[in-house]
Design a protein around this ligand. Structure first.
Ligand SMILES: [Cu+2]
Length: 255
């Protein structure tokens, strides 16, 4: 009996590994249709940020409906936020930090090799371009916690990078020394010498990945688990199981 159990487990593993391959190929072929992307936002290493967040993007052509929920940020301060593109589609590791004004920290430039350049500025109103609105501090969300939702038009390169899962959501603005405001503890900003580095250093970061097919209606989160994606994308047979797994993880994360 025991041997038979082992065989069954091996068979299941073989099936599961086959399922992992199929949706990967499928995702790679989607180039023009609607895309649903999710990201879990985590603190950037060395930032002293303890917050978190989620991002969801529904992309239809070049129209991106963006929902970002963030918490645990510096209160009473604006938080620049962008799609970063054309890097490695990753958030920077602690090893990317450098000494800034005598403190090991990670400024926006330090992270560029990982998350890439700005593709779109996720402002609350007006222009969303990478060039003119990257630091439009009066048009970014304010406060420790916020929910941002806006439909914007992204350029062709950003749309392509979103579909290629090579876009990263970065929320900026940290309080490295915990004094409740942006100051010059880390020197001047690498992006604008008129601003303190704390105002522009990356705080939260999350790579945008295609949402599990069965989880689109469920909303936020849950894209970092390859097995969840595999189960959901496998189609009718396993859709229910994938959805249950997704919801269970979702609720366990929130508790
Ligand atoms: Cu940014």
């Amino acid at each position: 009996m025991k041997k038979k159990t082992v065989t069954s487990v091996a068979a299941l593993a073989a099936i599961a590994s086959g399922l992992v391959l199929a949706p990967t190929a499928f995702a790679g072929g989607a180039s023009h249709g609607d895309a649903e992307l999710h990201a879990m936002l985590s603190p950037v290493p060395t930032s002293k940020v303890t917050g978190s967040g989620t991002a969801m993007v529904h992309l239809k052509g070049n129209q991106a409906t963006v929902t970002i929920k963030a918490q645990g940020l510096l209160a009473g301060a604006p938080h620049a936020q962008h799609f970063h593109i054309a890097g490695k589609g990753q958030c920077p590791p602690a090893s990317a930090a450098k000494m800034h004004n005598g403190h090991l920290s990670l400024n926006t430039t330090d992270g560029l090799p990982f998350y890439g350049k700005i593709g779109a500025s996720l402002t609350t109103s007006g222009d969303t371009g990478a060039d003119h609105s990257a630091l439009a501090v009066e048009r970014f969300p304010m406060g420790a916690s916020y929910t941002y939702q806006r439909t914007i038009t992204v350029d062709d390169e950003t749309a392509k990078e979103l579909r290629a899962e090579n876009a990263v959501v970065v929320v900026h603005g940290i309080d490295f020394n915990g004094n409740g405001k942006y100051d010059n503890v880390l020197g001047a900003s690498d992006l604008d010498p008129k601003l303190p580095a704390e105002a522009t250093d990356p705080a939260l970061c999350g790579p945008l990945k295609m949402a599990p097919a069965g989880a689109v209606a469920g909303g936020m989160g849950g894209t970092q688990n390859g097995d969840t994606i595999a189960l959901s994308a496998a189609g009718g047979l396993l859709a229910a199981a994938g959805g249950a797994l997704y919801l269970r993880r979702r609720s366990s994360r929130q508790s």
